[in-house]
Unconditional design. Structure first.
Length: 247
């Protein structure tokens, strides 16, 4: 069970406990909603405040069993949350060490910068072609999303800014055969391409650009494979409209 599902289950259990306590005091003691919730919370958390009102015999019996069951469950919830955080920390450290070990063995791989929608599709294609690759993105959630969506146990993703030399070095830029830049920011694309060429002048860079004016700047630094989204879409639309290409 992943962390999100685990916390959902724990949250549901906590709401269920509060609901049981509130319902019990409302029915047995005929208390209003606020008093019932208040009593439920102080029993579950063992704060030790005085009772809202004197309890009846049935109310005391209910409180005994609810306190025992609720206390055990509440402590269990806190323990599971603590364990979940500890597991996440330990697993994160283990995965980072494993990733760093694998990175040293990578060669002739492809580096994918930017793991948004385009980067996601690029990785799908690389998987189909059975290519080794390393993904880079500044957002950890994006990196993990690709990992989860494509169910890639051996996937290596780096959280960092690909414009920085140390990030590309960590990705094995000197040993990589190609770099695919699919960030949606032409300025960052230029910096990434420039940094990559500086670290590995022979690397094959394929860059996606939004503004076609960026193409000339990329060519000036030695990038030959440049793709403009608008240009490709325009060619495809014309080809389909003129019956040159049929889907």
């Amino acid at each position: 069970m992943n962390r999100g599902k685990r916390f959902f289950v724990l949250f549901t259990l906590l709401i269920l406990l509060i609901s049981i306590g509130t319902f019990g005091y409302s029915v047995i003691e005929k208390w209003n909603l606020l008093d019932s919730v208040y009593m439920t919370i102080i029993v579950l958390t063992t704060i030790g405040f005085h009772e809202v009102r004197p309890l009846s015999t049935n109310g005391r019996i209910f409180t005994i069993f609810f306190a025992l069951f609720g206390y055990i469950s509440f402590i269990g919830i806190i323990s599971l949350i603590s364990i979940s955080i500890l597991e996440e920390y330990l697993f994160g450290n283990f995965r980072r060490k494993q990733m760093e070990k694998k990175l040293k063995d990578f060669k002739d791989h492809i580096i994918v910068c930017g793991l948004g929608r385009i980067g996601h599709y690029v990785i799908e294609e690389l998987i189909e072609l059975d290519e080794d690759f390393i993904g880079i993105d500044t957002d950890e959630k994006v990196v993990n999303k690709v990992l989860d969506n494509l169910n890639l146990k051996e996937y290596i993703g780096i959280v960092g800014d690909a414009t920085e030399e140390e990030v590309l070095i960590k990705a094995g830029i000197e040993r990589a055969k190609a770099l695919i830049c699919c960030v949606r920011d032409d300025v960052r694309t230029l910096f990434i391409s420039l940094t990559a060429k500086k670290l590995n002048p022979d690397i094959n860079i394929v860059s996606f650009v939004i503004d076609e004016k960026t193409m000339e700047k990329l060519r000036m630094i030695g990038v030959r494979n440049i793709i403009s989204g608008d240009y490709i879409v325009a060619k495809k639309l014309v080809a389909i409209a003129s019956d040159k290409v049929r889907d």
